[in-house]
Design a protein around this ligand. Sequence first.
Ligand SMILES: *Cc1c(COP(=O)(O)O)cnc(C)c1O
Length: 368
Amino acid sequence: MSRFLDERYKELEPYTPGEQPKNLKRLIKLNTNENPYPPAPGVLKIISREEAEGLRLYSDPEAAELAEAIGDFYGIDKSMIMTGNGSDEILAFIFMIFQGKNRRFYFPEISYSFYPVYCDVFGAEAVKVPLASDFSVNPRDYERADGTIVITNPNAPTGMAMSLKDIERILKSNRENLVVIDEAYVDFGAESCVKLLKGYDNLLVVQTFSKSRSLAGARIGFALGHEEVIADLNRIKFSFNPYNLNRLSIKAGVEAMRDREYFEQMTGRIIRTREKFVSEMEKMGFILLPSKANFVFARHESIPGEEYFTKLRKYNIIVRYFGKPRIRDFVRITIGTDNEMEELLTATQEILKEYRQEDPQYEKKENT
Ligand SMILES: *Cc1c(COP(=O)(O)O)cnc(C)c1O
């Protein structure tokens, strides 16, 4: 730490992204919820000499073409759409400018671990609301909060989705609070609350191209909300980094958003792989939370989460382990291709076999 850093950032604990190994050969990467399939075919066409030469020009600060493509997809006006350099940037803006009277954010204790970091960066208080005993988000815990509410739906890393009815309940009892629904994983089987925008001007929906549209490396996110809320977000964006999306990413995003058929095929494929994988894991004695995301959260009665994580690594398979209270026994596994999941299942069988031999207590535990 240099002597120049502001006092207020000296204690800041940054977000830890999942590992991005340099050499992907022979590695099965199921740790950061990326999509195993390439982006829509149209995305390939944007990379040309002409486009490369065009990079001498600034990008469109309004990313109007992209906002239009998003608007067409959801049937909403572009005045209700704001785009960002990944949804992480949009979330940062939200934590910067929508702190409410008490500078306070309510979110589930187990959720996207970036939220508390944003609170620290922007000097807001984080109110961490415990999940119910089955790991679900209970809407009653958010009724009449005195601050901004941020909920990931489906939640991460549990993968569990909330119904629109429950979200509506939160919106109804918080007319004076902004309610942010982070829908990073909504396209893998949950219901989007975009349709609730009609009735609630306190709703702000955040989505990303990183997961369901296979464009994590392009860094594109967007927010959908009421015109004034979107105008506020743009106000801060234009005071911070007006050209936040680069020219190539805007084009890539347009292509990915327009190809609805490809999008539906790929998300459908991942959902089918997930369902098959869940049932195979259950056969081996794993307990999985009900997932509507492109990952599952799994634990086994006999093998500790950290040990399973470490052993998978020896088979060149990376998953994510958090090691936090209440979720120490779990690992989060991204849904990859069918082949990748097969390899993980085979490795898991081997690991369980080894574990049985190493651990004399194993049989006893199995039977309890
Ligand atoms: C992946 C993820 C994001 C960030 O997505 P980017 O658009 O890549 O910045 C936001 N929220 C949650 C819950 C995520 O899992």
